[in-house]
Design a protein around this ligand. Structure first.
Ligand SMILES: [Zn+2]
Ligand SMILES: [Zn+2]
Length: 271
């Protein structure tokens, strides 16, 4: 029997977060992601396509219900074709929008998702007609965030994410501290950490996991979330899942070989 993995380590042979060209801002067919995962020797890959509801923006970055129909058809075909080599999960990254929780619940309830990742990408700022994409690298979005005040935006982001965790049937929380990641010099305050602590407690109550998202290594030399937040999660005995957040097939399982060094030991995480 293979040695049992310590509970605090995520499954290193499962990439739980990849996108495809369906969302409009990623490239590559689903099949190319499956082939990349097989070439990395993974035992499982989980597609986690973007769902959003009621977001006001010119730049749509998510799937329509018709896209999700096509996604399931193709996903099932790939399961038939590659099922003997790899397990294929069909999941969703459900973005939160205050006032649209019921609509999201209805849409989530219509399908059999392998996993439901919870995130919050967009925020409505007073006096601004469109939602701000807090994950965007566009200069105008970064300027707007700076003008409005990153600290205030992060207060709001964490409050919304906590609402999402309470309201939606999530399996795990995606890239917890990645909002405004493109804004230089961003830091979390003591108040933000208190909010994160509260949010982790709700996750624990609901039996949710926390994503260790390796895209952070490319952006800031450290995964999302930071070691400090990982320690807080492990102290609450919240399990970790590993995701590359690949938006191109070449990024499947990125940095998985180095990730163990970024995970604090349970001893370190004891409060
Ligand atoms: Zn995306
Ligand atoms: Zn995301």
């Amino acid at each position: 029997m293979p040695a049992k993995r310590p509970r605090y380590l995520p499954d290193l042979l499962c990439d739980s977060h990849v996108h495809t060209r369906f969302c409009g801002h990623a490239t590559g067919e689903m099949e190319e992601y499956v082939q990349a995962a097989i070439s990395h020797g993974l035992r499982k890959i989980v597609f986690l396509e973007h769902m959003e509801e009621g977001i006001l923006t010119q730049a749509k970055t998510w799937l329509s219900e018709e896209d999700f129909d096509r996604y399931f058809v193709e996903g099932r075909r790939l399961r038939e074709q590659y099922g003997s080599q790899i397990e294929i999960g069909l999941g969703v990254e459900c973005g939160y929008n205050e006032g649209h929780g019921e609509a999201l619940l209805t849409r989530l309830g219509k399908r059999q998702w392998d996993r439901i990742g919870i995130s919050c990408h967009f925020i409505k700022l007073p006096g601004v007609p469109e939602h701000l994409n807090m994950f965007s690298k566009q200069a105008e979005n970064i300027d707007l965030a700076r003008r409005f005040g990153p600290e205030r935006i992060l207060d709001r982001y964490l409050a919304l994410l906590h609402q999402a965790i309470r309201q939606l049937p999530g399996t795990f929380v995606c890239h917890l501290d990645a909002a405004l990641r493109r804004v230089p010099g961003i830091t979390l305050t003591a108040d933000h950490y208190r909010m994160i602590d509260g949010l982790l407690r709700t996750m624990k109550e609901k039996g949710m996991a926390l994503e260790l998202n390796t895209s952070g290594l490319d952006m800031r030399g450290e995964p999302f979330p930071t070691r400090r937040i990982l320690s807080m999660a492990l102290a609450c005995d919240i399990p970790l899942v590993l995701g590359s957040d690949a938006h191109k097939p070449a990024d499947v399982a990125r940095h998985f070989a180095d990730i163990a060094g970024f995970i604090p030991s349970p001893l370190e995480s004891c409060p």
